[in-house]
Design a protein around this ligand. Structure first.
Ligand code: ASN
Ligand code: ZN
Length: 321
């Protein structure tokens, strides 16, 4: 509450001085620093009302609930990658406070970004475990926020699958950055550790080998294609947004592993530049996106191995550039 009062006072003063002097006059009070996240975790206590009861603020020490602590850490890991690798200050680039609700509903088998905050279910323990377990899933959901504030890719068909793919790409990069893994060391899985023991599978999706993440009677077989030859035409899942995302996911994997080193430094910079650069249309097709990655690779790195790796990756998955 003290921070809110301080902030309000700061903003009033700042506005006044800005009006008078025509320029920013003061730095924000401590706690509102541009290089630190401002996280709040809420507990829905198995109900559906959002945000629920506040259980951890930014400066608070870890409590007893491991789910709360994982959500706090995952929000921090996401903030860290976007700041350190891409100089982005939070989801909106302007220090947006990061709010998350855990223990949403009963046996809730999903996690989502609702346009304003993160929401995590505990899973039913039969198919899925707690959705705060994989840091890449936390990163995936928050990246939906980044996409919302930037290219705002329409959540249907190819732009929808690109929207999903952006979340998988940066979700995976958040995990790789957090663990200090190179492209060669990474597992390129999304949601490892999330499947309940009775499900036969490793994760929700594989960027390295789309279509191989699981195969069993509970979940069926992972439906993701790796190339345009296997593109799925369907009306379900918003036109297959979680299905055909396998194709741009695999292209990123191919480009990043061909380049070696840390995936967030080269391939990640190219993809981030396209997502946030202002040229990507909200209705973009895979091919529109792919062409922009070539332009971006050239702009960032010139006519070298980066451009070559990105070009070859799209060729391998059958997306025209
Ligand atoms: N976990 C899902 C996702 O982020 C929920 C959704 O928004 N469809 O894609
Ligand atoms: Zn998603």
């Amino acid at each position: 509450a003290r921070r809110t009062l301080e902030r309000d006072a700061f903003e009033r003063t700042h506005r006044r001085l800005t009006t008078v002097l025509g320029a920013p006059a003061l730095a924000p009070p401590s706690g509102a620093a541009a290089d630190k996240p401002n996280r709040t975790i809420y507990d829905a206590k198995h109900k559906q009302d959002l945000p629920g009861k506040k259980v951890r603020g930014e400066g608070d020490k870890p409590g007893k609930d491991a789910t709360v602590n994982r959500a706090h850490a995952g929000l921090g890991a996401t903030f860290e990658l976007f700041l350190k690798a891409y100089e982005r200050n939070s989801i909106n680039g302007e220090g947006l406070p990061l709010n998350a609700t855990v223990h949403f509903d009963e046996e809730y088998n999903n996690a989502f970004w609702n346009g304003e905050q993160m929401v995590f279910g505990d899973g039913d323990g039969e198919i899925f475990l707690d959705f705060t377990i994989p840091v890449d899933v936390i990163g995936h959901e928050l990246t939906h926020g980044v996409t919302q504030y930037t290219a705002n890719l329409t959540y249907f068909g190819q732009p929808g699958a690109l929207n999903e793919s952006m979340s998988d790409v940066f979700g995976s990069l958040i995990k790789q950055y957090t663990l200090g893994q190179s492209a060669a060391e990474a597992d390129w899985l999304i949601g490892a550790g999330l499947l309940a023991p009775r499900v036969t599978g490793t994760a929700l999706r594989s960027m390295k080998a789309p279509g191989t993440a699981y195969d069993d009677d509970v979940l069926g077989k992972d439906p993701q294609p790796a190339t345009m030859d296997d593109y799925v035409r369907t009306g379900r899942d918003n036109g297959g947004v979680h299905i055909n995302s396998g194709i741009p996911n695999h292209a990123f994997y191919l480009a990043a592993t061909a380049l070696g080193g840390n995936a967030w430094e080269k391939a990640g910079k190219v993809w981030y530049g396209v997502l946030t650069g202002g040229e990507l249309d909200s209705q973009a097709s895979f091919s529109d996106f792919a062409k922009l990655t070539l332009t971006q690779a050239r702009t960032l790195f010139g006519e070298g191995e980066e451009l070559q790796a990105v070009t070859k990756a799209w060729e391998q998955v059958g997306v025209p550039t």
